[in-house]
Design a binder for this molecule. Structure first.
Ligand code: ZN
Length: 127
């Protein structure tokens, strides 16, 4: 069902785990295939210094989170927010139609993590 690129990323995902000293965290899920995705970010001077993920879910969700985190490291917060699941799918050279929603999770988790970071900054609790 998945192409070779997706399987390659799924079998050897990058950026797995949790960023040490993260200052933004986002957790999202979908009920369709029961995926749960957590993304942690380390943001310094408006740059995504590091991004990692913990995903419990299908191959599409794991491959999407690995790819999406890889795509935002080194980017500005605004660039990270502008990342769409369409770009993630392109990077993965396509996903089966019934698995498109799994790639949306990565986009949502990044947005959640940035929102969390901004909340911490507003509260003065960002490390
Ligand atoms: Zn899924």
């Amino acid at each position: 069902m998945y192409n070779e690129k997706v399987m390659e990323v799924f079998k050897d995902p990058k950026n797995m785990g949790e960023v040490e000293n993260y200052n933004g965290i986002g957790t999202v899920g979908n009920e369709v295939c029961g995926d749960i995705m957590q993304i942690t970010l380390r943001i310094e001077d408006n740059i995504i210094k590091d991004a990692k993920f913990k995903t419990f879910g299908c191959a599409a969700a794991v491959a999407s989170s690995s790819t999406a985190t890889g795509m935002i490291i080194g980017k500005t917060v605004e660039e990270a927010l502008a990342l769409t699941n369409k770009e993630v799918i392109e990077e993965l050279q396509g996903l089966p139609p019934q698995k498109i929603h799994c790639s949306v999770l990565a986009e949502e988790a990044i947005r959640e993590a940035v929102n969390d970071y901004r909340r911490r900054v507003a509260e003065g609790t960002a490390k």
